[in-house]
Ligand binder design. Sequence first.
Ligand code: ASC
Length: 128
Amino acid sequence: FADDVEDAIEYRQSIFKAIKYHFGPMAGMIRGKIDYDPAAFTLHAERVAELAKMPGDGFIPGSDKGDTEAKASIWDNKGEFDEHLAALAENTSALLDVSKTGDLDQIKPAFGEVGKTCKGCHDEFREE
Ligand code: ASC
C-alpha cells in the first residue's frame, strides 16, 4: 500500500485509541467503579471532545485496504459516515459542557449519548 494510506490508517487508529484511553475512566466513574472526580472527569471530557474532531482526517480514499476494521461501506456512504463523526463531535462537546456542572444526574445522560454514538457507528461501519 502507498505510504500515505498506511499512515492514514495508523493515524486514525491512534486517535480512536486515545479516545478510548480517555473514555474508559469516564465510563468507570459513570458506573461507580471509580470514585467520581469532577476535575479528572472534565479533563477526560476535554480530551475526548478535541480528539473527536480528528479521526475523519484519516479516512482518505483508498484507506479501506489494509490492516483495518473499517468497512469498505464507509467510502460508499461517506456522507452518512461523516454525519456520525459530526454527531460524535457534537455529543462530546455537549458532554464537556455538562461535565463542568459536576452534577452526575446531568452528566450521565450526556455520557450515554456519546456511548450510543460510538456504538451506532461501530454497528454500521466497523467489522466485528
Ligand atoms: C468503549 C469502547 C467502545 C465504546 C462503546 C460504547 O469503551 O471500546 O467502542 O465504549 O462500546 O457503547
